[in-house]
Write a protein that binds this ligand. Sequence first.
Ligand code: NAD
Length: 482
Amino acid sequence: MKKSLEEEWGELRETFNSGKTNEQSWRRSQLKGLLNLLKEKEEDIFEALEKDLGKHKVEAYRDEVGPLIKSVNYILENLKQWMSSKQAKLPLAAFPSKAELVPEPLGVVLVLSSWNFPFGLSLEPVIGAIAAGNAVVLKPSELSPASSAVLADLIPKYLDNKAIKVIEGGSSVGEQLLELKWDKILFTGSAKVGRIVMSAAVKHLTPVVLELGGKCPTIVDSFSSSRDKEIALNRILSAKFGACAGQACIGVDYIITEKKYAATLVELLKNTLLSMFGENPKETRNISRIINEKNFFRLKSLLDEQSVKDSIVQGGSFDEANLFVEPTILLDPPLDATIMTEEIFGPLLPIITVEKIEDSIQFIKSRPKPLAIYAFTKNEAFKKRLQSETTSGSIVFNDTIIQYAVDTLPFGGVGESGMGRYHGKFSFDTFSHEKVVARRSFLTDFWFRYPPWTEQKLQLFRLVYVFNYLGIVLNLLGLKRS
Ligand code: NAD
C-alpha cells in the first residue's frame, strides 16, 4: 500500500534520528551510488530529456549529467575536510579556553525543483543535502514528467530509500509537503511560488533557499578583434538559444548595446545563428523545444502587440505541433511591453539600444536585481563601474553561464532573483549548521562577573571590554583571589 506523505516524512525523521545519515561512510556510499546512477543510466536520462524538452544529448550531458558527475567527485574529494571541526580564535580574556565550529546536519530537508534542467536542478541540491548528512525529499517538477519518472524510478534503486525519497506531483503535492515541518527547504522556481514556499516555511520557522529567476541583461560593446567578436557571439547565442532554448534562469534575457553599433550587431548575430543552427533550425534538433503548450502560447503572446511585432529583425515563427519557437531577434521593442517587463524564458532575444554603453548601468539599476549580468567589453573603466554600481547574483565579463558550473563559486540570487546559495562547499554549508563547541577551564575566573554589583566591578568591566589584554591579567587575578 502506498504510504502517505506523513508516513514517508516520519520514516525519514526516524532514519535521521538514528544517526545513520551523519556517518561519513553513509554520505560517501550515497554519493557514490549517485555517481553510478549517472554513469549507468545516462541513456535513460538522455531519453527523458529528449521526451520532455527535445534536449539534444550533447546539451544534456554538457548542462546536466556532466556537471553533476563533476560536483559529486568534487564533494567526495573534499568531504572529509569539510566535515572536520574548525578551531576558532578566542580573545585573550577568555584564556584558558578553546572553541571549535562543528558542522552538523540540519535534519530532514525538502528540495522542490524546476523543469528546465530537471536532473541538474533536482540532484545538485540533493548532493549537497546528502554531503551535509541530511535525510531528504525531492519533489521534481510535474512539467517534466519523463524526467520526474526516471528520478522516481532510479533513485530508490541506487540510494538509501529510508533516507532519500522522491515524491512526484504538482502544486497540490507541493502544498501538502509544505504543511510538514522541514529543517530546510531549497526551492527552485518562480518568484510567485517562492512567496508561497516562504510563507509556508514561516509556520515552522524553517529556513529557505529560494533559487528564482528574472531578466539577465547582457551588455555588448563594439569589438575590434574579429576573434573576440566570434567568441563573444558564440557565447551569447549559445546561452540564449543553445541552453534549453532560452528556458534558463541564468541565460541571456536581453542585450543592451550602443545605438550606433546595433545594426552591425544584428547582422553579426544573424550570421552566428546561421552557423550554429543552420538555415532551418527546426530540423537540426540542436535547439530544445518549449516545455508545454502553456509556455508556448505565453511566448507567442509576447509578440502579439503590433509594436513588438514590428521590432522583429530575425525569426518570429512558431510551430505549435512541435512546440518549436524559431530563434527570434527584436530590435528596440517598447520597454513597457511584457517582453521587456517579465522574464522571457524562451528563444526570443530583444536588443535594447542606449546612446553610450555607460547608460546601460542606469538601465539595469532601475529594474529588479538580476540573477546574473553579462558584459562583453574590454573597457576596464566601464567594467569597474558596472561591478560597483549594480547588484546581481553574479556578474560575468566576456562569457555567459560558466559561473553555474564552477564548484568553488556559490550559485544564487539577490533580491527578486532569490536568496541563499549553493554548489560545492556552499551546498554543504547551506545544509549544515555550524555548532559552536566551547571548552572552559576552572583554572582562572572573572570573579567580578557575578553579583553583588559594585562600582569597582563596573570599572573592571570597562577595562576588560576596552583593553582585551587586561582580561588575561584580571583572569589571573581571579586565580589569585580564589
Ligand atoms: P514554478 O515556481 O511554477 O515551480 C517550481 C516547483 O514548485 C515545481 O516543483 C512545482 O511543482 C512546485 N510548485 C508549484 N506550485 C506550488 C505550490 N503552490 N506549492 C508548492 N510547490 C509548488 O516554476 P517553474 O515553472 O518550474 O520554473 C520557472 C521559473 O523558475 C522561472 O522564473 C525561472 O527563472 C526559475 N528558475 C530558477 C532557477 C535558479 O536556479 N535560480 C533555475 C530554474 C528555473
